[in-house]
Design a protein around this ligand. Structure first.
Ligand code: ARG
Length: 560
């Protein structure tokens, strides 16, 4: 990694000076230099000298290094560094030569469980399920890429009232377990759920059915199995469209066997007590600024809740995988829930894993409210895919002739690049027209850039016989400099759990590639060394682009 190498050089250059952390950063004035070191200010205080004097001294030593073309001490004490062509090219050669572009290996390899997607059985997937799927899939791929072991779990919501409601609806309409269809489920859930809001008696009946199912009623289990299978099949179809896949297709129900075990621990360790008939766990901590209410483990009617299944699932994951981390990619609005579950689990000692809630914001429409279709409904995901595909097809005459597979890849790129370019915690406005344009910060722009570079490499004869030490002009240099950021940004995305770091790297790389292409005409070159050098850089950029798109879950169409 460039910054790491430069930090080593600096530590040597500091010689007699001792600084706790030596940090080199990308320059915030790329017109002046590539990297900078601002440690002279701290050293000045420690050694009672002027920052400028120290900066001068260190710069003098740095100038001896072959890594720099230019080193400047700038008032009042900054050190500006410009990399030498030979150093830049050596890093590019290593990127080309070693696996994963010479990304440093993580030590030690840890085990991550990532809980994402979180669809609910018996309810069709809607636009609100897009982010947990897209963000989660990307974070999972990033974790695996840096070298950790990662297990993705879909964690179906299949323990809640919606199951009781659908069973009630089936019984009311005399629909047998054998005959029930997906259409029945999609119709019954909203119908009965609306009825429950009006009719207390119906609601209580549905709650009792749910409770009996949770307690192991064999009759309701038969219903549940069928509902689960039908619903899961449809959810899998949609995830397949989105190229989202899981190692475990477990649900809340799979944690059922562990609920009594967790309850026993809570009671034995005197962590749970009865409050207004319910069994609750106090999770407050002395340093709390806001009141954190207790986690309700068991309701007054002896039913269990979202928090109970989440704790039981932690118990189960600990037993099965001994994970070092468990990550939950879920709506930011659930942060209180996760806070309660994490605290209660740590108190109960049911896991040693680090528990992290990876929160995300909402997808809004142009009016700033949660996104609706042209017809004013919260769109089901199927409808959203269709809407986006139509927008893309309408945008250019020839788009309609593309294969179905390519159209699907493009719809994915539109949805995913629109989403992942935002810091996940922020809400964003979904503007289908803007996001499906080939101009701008969009999936089609990135894919188009990739395909254009691929085409150049196919037309020209690229011989893969290395890279000389020359960099030919500023467009060339900017592209190479951008490639050097690869390691920093992949690791940054991993540490921060922010795919947006990779998305913005991808966009910047595409801008560099397009400027390079517009100003440097590879095909007209007679100088064979220069041509091969440029093809080397383009080939490397193309491979990097493909790898990073894959980390965002974006596949490349055969043509555009
Ligand atoms: N099914 C939940 C929902 O629709 C999300 C589940 C998130 N994961 C978890 N372990 N709680 O809101």
């Amino acid at each position: 990694m460039v910054t790491e190498v430069l930090e080593k050089v600096l530590i040597e250059a500091l010689d007699a000076y001792i600084l706790e952390t030596v940090k080199v950063v990308k320059s915030n004035r790329p017109d002046l230099c590539d990297y900078q070191f601002d440690g002279a200010f701290q050293l000045a205080k420690l050694y009672k000298k002027s920052p400028m004097e120290i900066a001068e001294e260190i710069s003098c030593v740095l100038r001896e290094s072959s890594y720099f073309k230019k080193v400047e001490a700038v008032t009042p004490g900054f050190i500006n560094m410009t990399l030498s062509d030979s150093f830049m090219n050596q890093i590019l050669r290593d990127m080309k030569k070693f696996p994963k572009f010479n990304l440093p290996q993580v030590e030690p390899t840890l085990t991550y469980v990532i809980d994402y997607g979180g669809p609910n059985i018996a309810k069709p997937l809607h636009v609100g399920h897009l982010r947990p799927a897209i963000v989660g899939e990307s974070i999972k791929r990033i974790i695996a890429y840096v070298g950790h072991k990662v297990i993705g779990d879909v964690h179906f919501g299949d323990f809640g009232l919606q199951i009781g409601e659908v069973i009630y609806g089936m019984q009311k309409e005399h629909i047998s377990v054998e005959d029930v269809t997906l259409e029945d489920l999609n119709r019954l859930y909203p119908e009965i759920s609306a009825l429950c809001k009006e009719d207390e008696v119906v609601k209580e009946t549905c709650e009792n059915i749910t409770k009996e199912l949770q307690d192991g009623s064999l009759e309701y289990e038969r219903y549940y199995r069928k509902i689960f299978d039908l619903s899961k099949k449809d959810i899998v179809r949609i995830y397949k469209y989105l190229d989202v896949d899981f190692d475990l297709w477990y649900g809340e129900m799979d944690s059922r066997a562990f609920i009594p075990l967790v309850e026993k621990i809570l009671v034995e360790k005197s962590l749970a007590y009865i409050s207004e008939g319910a069994l609750v766990v106090d999770v407050t901590e002395e340093t709390d600024k806001k009141e954190i209410p207790p986690l309700i483990f068991k309701k007054r009617n002896n039913g269990y809740l979202y928090g109970s299944t989440d704790m039981a699932t932690i118990y189960q994951r600990e037993k099965d995988f001994h994970p070092d981390y468990i990550l939950y990619v879920a709506d930011l609005r659930q942060s209180l829930h996760f806070n309660q579950v994490f605290r209660a689990s740590l108190k109960a000692g049911i896991t040693d894993a680090q528990l992290e809630h990876i929160g995300f914001g909402t997808i809004n429409g142009n009016d700033g409210k949660p996104y609706k279709t042209r017809s004013g409904k919260t769109p089901k995901l199927d409808a959203l895919f269709k809407e986006v595909e139509e927008l893309f097809v309408e945008s250019k005459e020839t788009n309609k002739d593309m294969s179905e597979e390519d159209k699907k890849r493009i719809v994915n790129s539109i949805l995913k690049f629109a989403d992942l370019q935002n810091n996940r915690e922020k809400d964003y406005i979904f503007d289908g027209k803007k996001f499906s344009d080939v101009v701008g910060k969009t999936g089609p722009y990135v894919l188009y850039t990739y395909l254009r570079i691929k085409r150049i490499l196919e037309l020209e004869e690229y011989k893969e016989n290395g890279l000389s030490d020359t960099i030919y002009n500023e467009y060339d240099r900017n592209l190479r400099l951008q490639l050097l950021d690869f390691h920093k940004d992949v690791l940054g995305a991993f540490h921060l759990r922010l795919p947006s770091v990779i998305a913005s790297y991808i966009y910047d790389l595409c801008v560099c590639l397009n400027t390079f292409y517009q100003n440097n005409h590879v095909s007209k070159l007679e100088d064979e060394t220069k041509k091969q050098d440029w093809l080397f850089v383009l080939a490397l950029a193309k491979d990097v682009l493909k790898e990073l798109l894959n980390l965002l879950g974006i596949e490349i169409p055969s043509m555009m």
